[in-house]
Design a binder for this molecule. Structure first.
Ligand code: ADP
Length: 308
C-alpha cells in the first residue's frame, strides 16, 4: 500500500467531571487526510484545504507527530511521506482540531509501514503534535481519536489509557459559537488550588460516570455530568453558557458542558430525536443574541480513525 485516505474524527475532552483525563470520539465531525509514500525523503505537507494552517512540517501538528513516529523507527528508507489535510474541524473550536491531524497522520503512516506500532504507541507520537499546539503533550483528545469511544488517561508518565464502554444509542449535540478563546486564556483563568470539598464531589462524579458507562446506566451517567471545578471559571468566557445549558436540559439532554477548553459546548442525549430537539433549543439562544454558530448532531464513534 502506497497511499491511504482516512477520516480523522473530532473529539470532546474533559466531559464535565473528567478534566484532562476523559474524552470521547465523535462520528459526524472530522477531517479527511491522504497520506502517501513519496520518492523524496522526509515529511512534506503538500496541501491543506479548508483552513489557513502552516504547511511547514515543524509548524504543523501533523508534521511534528509524523516526525516523532519516524524518529522512533530511526527511519532511513529511500522514500518519505506526503500529507494532504482536508480540514473540517476549525482550529481552536474545542473539539480536538489539532488532535485529529496529529492522531490521523500517525495512524496512517503506521498502516503504510505495516503496523509496527500499537495504538498506545501512536498516542505517544500524536501527543508531540499536541505539545506544539498547546505547549504540553496532552492525551485527552488524541486517545479517543485513536481508540474511539470513551477513554480515560490513567497516567501520562508512563502513558496509560483505559478504553471505556459507550452507552448504547448515545448521541451528542455540539454547538460551536464563532468566538475565539485562546487555549492559554482558558488555562490561565483556572485556579491552581481547589477546595477539598469540591474535589470530593468531582471525583465521586468521575467514578460514577465510569460505572454508568460499564452498566449502561443513563440516569447515573446524567447525574454524573456536573463539573464543580472548571466550568464555573470557563463558562464566563462563553456567551450565555448558562442559558444554553438550561435549554439543553429542558429539551431532554442528559448533560451539558464545555467541550475541551471551549468555546464549543457539548450535550449528550439518549437518542437521535432528543439530540435534534436539543439542537433546536440551544440554537435559539445564539439566534436571539446574534452570535453566529455551527451545530452538529452525531453518534459516538466507537471505532476512532477510519480508513476510507
Ligand atoms: P483544538 O482544541 O480545536 O485542537 P487548539 O487551540 O488546541 O484547538 O489547537 C489549534 C492550534 O494548533 C492552532 O494554533 C493551530 O494553528 C495549530 N495547528 C497546527 N497544525 C494544525 C493542524 N494540522 N490542525 C489544527 N490546528 C493546527
Amino acid at each position: 500500500m502506497d497511499e491511504i485516505k482516512i477520516f480523522a474524527p473530532a473529539t470532546v475532552a474533559n466531559i464535565s467531571c473528567g478534566f484532562d483525563v476523559l474524552g470521547c470520539c465523535l462520528d459526524a465531525i472530522g477531517d479527511e487526510m491522504i497520506i502517501r509514500k513519496s520518492p523524496a525523503k522526509g515529511v512534506k505537507i503538500t496541501k491543506i484545504i479548508g483552513e489557513n494552517l502552516p504547511l511547514e512540517t515543524d509548524k504543523n501538528v501533523a508534521g511534528v507527530a509524523a516526525l516523532a513516529l519516524l524518529d522512533k523507527l530511526n527511519f532511513n528508507e529511500n522514500f518519505g511521506f506526503e500529507i494532504e489535510i482536508y480540514k473540517n474541524i476549525k482550529p481552536g473550536s474545542g473539539v480536538g482540531s489539532s488532535a485529529a491531524s496529529a492522531a490521523g497522520v500517525v495512524f496512517a503512516i503506521n498502516e503504510l509501514l505495516g503496523k509496527p506500532f500499537t495504538k498506545l504507541e501512536l498516542i505517544e507520537f500524536a501527543r508531540e503534535g499536541e505539545r506544539l499546539a498547546c505547549g504540553s503533550p496532552i492525551a485527552d483528545n488524541v486517545a479517543p481519536a485513536i481508540f474511539g469511544g470513551f477513554t480515560l488517561v490513567k497516567s501520562t508518565n508512563p502513558l496509560k489509557i483505559i478504553e471505556l464502554p459507550t452507552l448504547k444509542g448515545l448521541y451528542a449535540t455540539i454547538i460551536h459559537p464563532q468566538i475565539e478563546i485562546k487555549t492559554e486564556d482558558s488555562r490561565s483563568i483556572l485556579p491552581s488550588k481547589i477546595e477539598l470539598s469540591e474535589a470530593v464531589k468531582q471525583w465521586a462524579n468521575l467514578g460514577s460516570l465510569v460505572h454508568a458507562l460499564h452498566t449502561n446506566d443513563y440516569n447515573l451517567f446524567s447525574e454524573s455530568l456536573t463539573d464543580y471545578i472548571v466550568e464555573p471559571y470557563r463558562s464566563k468566557l462563553i456567551p450565555d453558557f448558562d442559558k444554553v445549558k438550561n435549554n439543553a436540559l429542558q429539551a431532554g439532554a442528559l448533560g451539558c458542558g464545555i467541550s475541551g477548553s471551549g468555546p464549543s459546548i457539548f450535550t449528550f442525549s439518549k437518542d437521535k430525536q432528543i439530540a435534534k430537539n436539543v439542537s433546536v433549543a440551544i440554537s435559539e439562544v445564539y439566534k436571539k443574541i446574534d452570535v453566529p454558530f455551527h451545530i452538529y448532531i452525531t453518534k459516538i464513534n466507537t471505532q476512532g480513525i477510519k480508513i476510507l
